[in-house]
Design a protein around this ligand. Structure first.
Ligand code: DLZ
Length: 217
């Protein structure tokens, strides 16, 4: 993002994310926009030093499912980290995946999830997440659907971070048109303007909050 503009979080300060473990949950609705946002988020995490094997990506059908997935993902990582003797497999989450399923899903860069091979998973940290990022794109339609989902998901994600004491980055775009969504994913639309990929801001916010959570000094 250009510095000196009115909007945005200001010139990014570089935080070292090399010791962090970050979870991303993204919805699959509005896939083209989601894919670009996910790419932007992951790139920012990597640029901040977060190791690829410590970026865990999970997907859910739509934005409505994000809060439950964030909650389950964090719980699973806690179980895994506190387990030294293989109890992990017993921690089946409400979405139908076990803790090990969730933590072994690593980078795909696309909304079609594929589990990684065990090589990356083996090298991965098993610490609880330092921050989680929830990514979704809600496009307003002709019914009240948008309002109900936007409001309840926002409240649920806010509540989750207070209850878990883990930062949950708000990567939910609530836009009035597809064009607005494309622009906020940095891939433009019919207007030709490229826009700005908000995923980059979310990745950097996760690293900043993850680092600060370890000690606000
Ligand atoms: C049903 C629906 C609609 C109409 N629109 C969106 C949307 O714009 N963005 C999104 O992420 N999800 C949408 N969904 C799906 C719901 O979030 C949810 O997945 C379903 O209602 C099933 O619970």
């Amino acid at each position: 993002m250009a510095t000196g503009t009115l909007k945005g979080p200001g010139a990014p300060k570089a935080y070292d994310g090399s010791g962090l473990r970050i979870g991303i949950v993204h919805a699959r609705w509005n896939t083209k926009i989601i894919d670009a946002l996910l790419d932007g988020t992951v790139k920012a995490l990597k640029d901040s030093g977060v190791r690829e094997e410590n970026i865990i990506v999970q997907s859910v059908p739509g934005s409505w499912e994000l809060p439950m997935a964030v909650k389950q993902m964090y719980s699973a990582s806690q179980v895994q980290s506190s387990s030294s003797s293989g109890i992990v497999g017993a921690a089946t989450d409400l979405l139908g995946a076990s803790a090990s399923d969730l933590t072994n899903l690593s980078l795909t860069g696309s909304s079609s999830q594929k589990p990684t091979t065990t090589a990356a998973a083996a090298a991965a940290s098993s610490a609880p997440f330092d921050a989680l990022i929830a990514i979704g794109v809600l496009i307003k339609g002709e019914t009240m659907h948008f309002e109900y989902i936007a409001e309840s998901v926002s409240h649920a994600l806010m509540r989750l971070q207070f209850e878990s004491n883990v930062p949950v980055i708000f990567g939910l775009l609530t836009v009035l048109s597809e064009e607005q969504g494309l622009q906020r994913a940095g891939i433009g639309g019919a207007s030709g303007a490229e826009g700005h990929n908000h995923g980059g801001d979310w990745g950097r916010a996760a690293v900043e909050l993850g680092v600060k959570r370890r000690g606000w000094v």
